[in-house]
Design a protein around this ligand. Structure first.
Ligand SMILES: [Zn+2]
Length: 494
């Protein structure tokens, strides 16, 4: 299924399908099953309300474990077809331990090519062009919108073929968005919509929304369950409670100030190098994902190649400039969460040996092997095999210049594959995700302290991947002063 649809999406679509084409026959039959072509094309607005779980990709306890889930309630998507506008509002509540706001209200808009987010006070700010494209495609992951698009004379249809119970049609919209629609050959109702996109960790990924539980809504057959997955991972399982067709959609236009503002671009990447001990540097700078550099007799070792290729290549270049003449040969990847393994492929492309917990090895092999053709990253351009050193319970890296001990974090409720580092000479702790000075709560602080005690470690200073460098005394003070606030509300997300 995945390969077939990917091939269709990747294929250039040459012929505009005429009214009698096999593609258009499938589309017209689907339109008929949903209430008729004219009825579908006459719809001006659609409001979808409901709720359901939205798993958090790349944040599971172990690579094969279930994803942690945001429970989405008060979901309301309003689509204004005539003006190409959409607004999605939702409340999401973390069903997992989380160190920031566990209740978040989100309010996101799309007006043509302009995406925007509204904060709790209703103040709108422009979102990126990538967000606009994502939302435009998300809008098409619904039977009504995809059929309206397919019936549009400027849309190209192609590649009609049959699967055992489905008819499959490739769709390229006037804006160049490529999707695949499958239609149930018995009921003629749309079964799925798929699209390809690029994910920094997973590479080329297929997002597929399945439609079921069709019911009559004022003469239209509409699905009351929309289940979306990205690659093999569940993304959102929307149970619709209510549709409103041609209700007053309100004004979904982006405010003038938003439209005239330039779309935000990613801030420039900077990497600083702060010495934190003899032969140890904290590589901070832009963002909140830092790396730590260790100097051994004849080589350098990085702790963490985080976030994505751009950040990690900048970190690697900085590491090499801090100690010129000594080769950087190793990268410790603290755990598999996507923001921490985002530089894995870059590190492999740069020839670094990966050191990580054994439970990450198979997953990392898969990440290195995945196809990155929509965006060709360094590893796609220059394929290399991965050298990997698995760590079981602990591993000591030691020569006459440096000793770094790596320990697996035991029994943490959020991190099953996490390694932290300890430098005995300086009583220095290097860790990711066990503690961040900026967290509003520390739900696994007891486990953090227990892991240090369990290893018999005396810590003077915490040099973290996230947050500020602090004395361990200040770490304990921060934890103690941060009351466990389980319910907070934040504004629009990304
Ligand atoms: Zn993290």
């Amino acid at each position: 299924m995945r390969l077939g649809i990917g091939t269709i999406l990747a294929a250039a679509l040459f012929s505009g399908a005429c009214a009698q084409s096999p593609e258009m026959k499938v589309i017209r039959a689907a339109a008929g099953a949903m209430g008729g072509k004219d009825r579908i094309q006459a719809v001006k607005t659609l409001v979808i309300e409901g709720e359901g779980p939205a798993p958090n990709l790349g944040q599971n306890v172990t690579p094969d474990g279930d994803l942690p889930v945001w429970m989405v309630t008060e979901f309301k998507r309003t689509i204004d077809f005539a003006n190409g506008r959409m607004r999605t509002q939702q409340l999401r509540t973390a069903q997992f331990l989380f160190a920031l706001a566990t209740v978040q209200r989100q309010n996101q808009g799309l007006d043509g090519d302009v995406a925007y987010n509204l904060n709790l006070d209703g103040l709108a700010t422009r979102a990126s062009d990538a967000a606009a494209k994502d939302r435009r495609i998300e809008m098409l992951h619904h039977p009504l919108t995809i059929l309206r698009a397919a019936l549009d004379p400027s849309t190209k249809l192609s590649s009609m073929h049959q699967q055992p119970t489905l008819d499959v049609v490739g769709i390229v919209t006037a804006k160049g968005d490529r999707l695949v629609l499958t239609v149930d050959r018995t009921t003629h109702l749309p079964a799925t919509v798929s699209s390809l996109s690029y994910n920094e960790n997973l590479g080329d990924v297929l997002t597929e929304t399945s439609f079921s539980d069709y019911r009559d809504v004022g003469g239209l057959e509409l699905p009351f369950r929309l289940t979306t997955k990205i690659d093999k991972y569940p993304q959102f399982d929307l149970h619709v409670s209510k549709y409103a067709v041609d209700a007053d959609a309100g004004d979904l236009a982006a405010p003038e100030a938003v439209k005239s503002a330039a779309p935000p671009v990613a801030p420039p990447i900077s990497v600083t190098a702060e010495p934190v001990g003899k032969g140890i540097w904290w590589l901070a700078g832009s963002g909140n994902h830092r790396s730590i550099l260790f100097e051994f007799d004849d080589h350098l070792t990085l702790f963490e190649v985080p976030l994505n290729e751009a950040r990690s290549l900048a970190v690697i270049a900085k590491a090499r400039s801090v100690v010129p003449g000594k080769p950087l040969t190793q990268a410790i990847v603290s755990h598999h969460h996507f923001d921490h393994s985002g530089g894995l492929r870059a590190a492999v492309a740069e020839g670094l040996t990966i050191i990580t917990y054994r439970g990450n090895v198979e997953f990392f092999k898969d990440l290195v092997a995945r196809k990155h053709s929509i965006v060709e990253d360094e590893l796609a351009k220059n394929p290399k095999s991965m050298n990997i050193i698995p760590v079981d319970d602990e591993l000591t890296l030691k020569d006459s210049s440096m000793e770094v001990r790596l320990y697996h974090v035991i029994d943490n409720p959020r991190e099953g594959t996490l390694l932290f580092a300890y430098v005995p000479r300086d009583r220095l702790l290097v860790q990711a995700d066990l503690y961040d000075s900026a967290w509003t709560q520390h739900p696994w602080a007891d486990n953090f302290r227990w892991n240090l005690e369990h290893r018999g470690l005396k810590v003077d200073k915490d040099v973290p991947v996230h947050g500020a460098i602090q004395s361990y005394a200040d770490v304990l003070k921060t934890i103690a002063s941060t009351t466990s606030r389980s319910t907070q509300t934040a504004g629009a997300g990304k």
